[in-house]
Design a protein around this ligand. Structure first.
Ligand SMILES: C[S@@+](CC[C@H](N)C(=O)[O-])C[C@H]1O[C@@H](n2cnc3c(N)ncnc32)[C@H](O)[C@@H]1O
Length: 419
């Protein structure tokens, strides 16, 4: 079937429909799971969400007399994003006007045209004006900026800047199927630029669709951030041991655990549908585990009473360390969510600790950079749990991995139960 060529107006219209959905509370992950999106749409969508605080303020400054309805506002965000990313101005404006028609908002054609032109006429002054607001300058919500400033008096600006970058695409080499050196040689033979950034982590010079990643279908590699790839080696389980991955879906860290050792793995997740993704991943990689849909905070409903030698708790969290991959998070999360996650994390830790064998190890992990979900949760746990101590996690002594060019933000604490 011949591919249908999409115009910029199509991309703007589709991106703005999705921006409106996110503004209404739907997550990017849910949107992406529901439909495959074109690269042109993705670029505008992600860019507009990354810059949301700027676009929103520009619209307020330019349309203060006639605030646009949510659909038109989303189109303006998409149009401003396209202009700010350096696309030819004339084409963007006329295609945005066409997009208004595609969105059945013909009555807003004049507004779209005028607002985008007014932006172009005065862009430097307008940009300077909105940048007076911290939210726009750092492209994060004020509560998030304030929290990072408190948690990291020296590094907060660096963390915010990392959150606004484009994430790297990193592969994890499946140690059961090939070696990192052999896989890199295979890519070199196909002129694909890569850099090794961890024992199994290979960063691609440029992102590409997974079906264009050599060996992906054959299970030679998976897509996984280098920071996430620290979990399985830190836990250090060896073949034959009983291991629980208590929050397993979509299965990235579970798969890595199995690639490194033939452990007897129980992969648990409360979300049955997300467990399907674990099944698909395991089938592609040729791995097997016991998959259970259940609540890690209520083991009596699924646990068979046999203690585990290792437990991975990759806890639900704000995901503040992976915001460059999911820029919607910045705008969907609320300040009060942090305490809610911290509460849940503490409950999960307490419930799972009972399932650990004396002498066994539990790795607590989040993809957050907020202290309240990380160091504070672990400190509270250690105070309440006299048979627990924190042991060295080689390479990540402080526990907190801040996001940088090569990896996302993660937190790890390795906890051991007294023998
Ligand atoms: C950070 S994700 C896990 C990512 C996964 N470890 C990986 O590497 O692919 C957190 C997971 O915890 C699950 N979850 C949330 N609350 C849970 C609970 N009470 N019991 C078990 N799983 C839970 C969510 O459904 C989600 O899949």
């Amino acid at each position: 079937m011949a591919a249908h060529a999409h115009s910029l107006a199509d991309d703007l219209a589709d991106a703005s429909r999705l921006i409106a959905r996110v503004a209404g509370g739907t997550s990017l992950a849910a949107l992406r799971a529901a439909a495959a999106l074109r690269p042109g749409v993705l670029e505008i969508l992600y860019g507009a969400l990354r810059d949301y605080a700027v676009g929103d303020r520009l619209i307020d400054a330019l349309a203060h007399r006639t605030p646009p309805d949510p659909a038109v506002r989303a189109l303006l965000l998409a149009g401003l994003r396209a202009l700010r990313s350096g696309r030819p101005a004339h084409a963007v404006v006329s295609q945005a006007v066409d997009a208004a028609v595609k969105l059945r908002r013909s009555s807003a054609k004049g507004l779209v045209n005028a607002l985008l032109r007014n932006y172009l006429r005065d862009s430097s002054a307008l940009e300077a004006r909105v940048a007076e607001h911290e939210e726009a300058r750092y492209c994060h919500p004020q509560w998030w900026i304030d929290r990072l400033r408190t948690d990291y008096p020296d590094a907060w600006e660096r963390i915010l800047a990392a959150g606004n970058t484009h994430p790297p695409m990193t592969l994890r080499v499946n140690a059961r199927r090939t070696s990192t050196a052999d896989y890199i040689a295979m890519l070199a033979a196909q002129d694909i630029a890569v850099r090794q950034i961890g024992p199994y982590a290979v960063r691609l010079g440029a992102p590409r669709p997974v079906d264009a990643v050599p060996g992906f279908d054959a299970g030679l590699v998976s897509v996984q951030d280098a920071g996430a790839q620290l979990a399985a080696p830190l836990l250090g389980a060896v073949s034959g041991q009983r291991v629980l991955d208590a929050c397993a879906a979509p299965g990235g860290k579970s798969a890595h655990l199995l690639e490194l050792a033939a452990v007897e793995l129980t992969a648990l997740d409360v979300d049955d549908r997300r467990l399907d993704r674990v099944r698909t991943t395991f089938a592609r990689l040729g791995l097997a585990a016991r998959l259970i849909a259940g609540d890690a905070a209520a083991p009596e409903s699924w646990w068979d009473g046999r203690l585990f030698q290792h437990i991975l708790l990759d806890a639900p969290c704000t995901a503040s360390g992976v915001v460059r991959r999911y820029p919607d998070i910045k705008w969907l999360r609320r300040a009060e969510d942090v305490a809610g996650f911290a509460d849940l994390q503490a409950r999960l830790l307490a419930a799972l600790w009972r399932l650990l064998e004396p002498g066994g190890k539990l790795l607590y992990a989040t993809c957050s950079v907020f202290h309240e979900e990380n160091g504070a949760v672990v400190a509270g746990f250690l105070e309440r749990q006299p048979d627990a101590r924190r042991v060295a996690a080689p390479g990540i002594e402080a526990g907190q991995l801040l996001p940088d060019a090569d990896h996302d933000g993660f937190y790890y604490a390795l906890l051991q139960k007294n023998a």
